[in-house]
Design a protein around this ligand. Structure first.
Ligand SMILES: C[S@@+](CC[C@H](N)C(=O)[O-])C[C@H]1O[C@@H](n2cnc3c(N)ncnc32)[C@H](O)[C@@H]1O
Length: 114
């Protein structure tokens, strides 16, 4: 439960930030984000790794809302062998990227549109 709240807070913070910059997330922004996020979000991969390590070891099920290309879930499943994740997003570019990224985890990662 603790881990689910942490991740939800993280995605909410991002969602608020995005809302400030643009009232609606467009598909082109997904394409830009997939390509450039590691450049314009300082230490993004380090942040994602850190977040993944904050998830409790005994977490069994987690939902990543606005999962993007699945980077966070990929890090999480790499360091936590118990947890299964439902990764959700609206953007088809992000969903496609997340499906590709997370395919190696099989049933441990479900990618779902919302
Ligand atoms: C800044 S990206 C962050 C992606 C991911 N959490 C990460 O850290 O890499 C914001 C994500 O929120 C999604 N998003 C924005 N508004 C949404 C909405 N109303 N419903 C579902 N997803 C949304 C976008 O498609 C995008 O994947």
């Amino acid at each position: 439960m603790r881990s689910s709240i942490l991740t939800t807070m993280f995605t909410h913070m991002e969602a608020r930030l995005v809302t400030v910059v643009t009232p609606q997330w467009e598909e082109q922004e997904s394409l830009n984000y997939i390509k450039f996020a590691d450049t314009f979000v300082p230490d993004r991969q380090h942040q994602l790794r850190l977040m993944a390590r904050l998830v409790a070891d005994d977490a069994v099920k987690l939902v990543d809302l606005c999962c993007g290309n699945g980077d966070f879930v990929d890090h999480l499943l790499s360091v936590n062998s118990n947890v299964n994740v439902i990764a959700m997003d609206r953007s088809s570019a992000m969903l496609d990227a997340a499906k590709l990224r997370l395919a190696r985890w099989g049933d441990r990662a479900k990618v779902v549109a919302f």
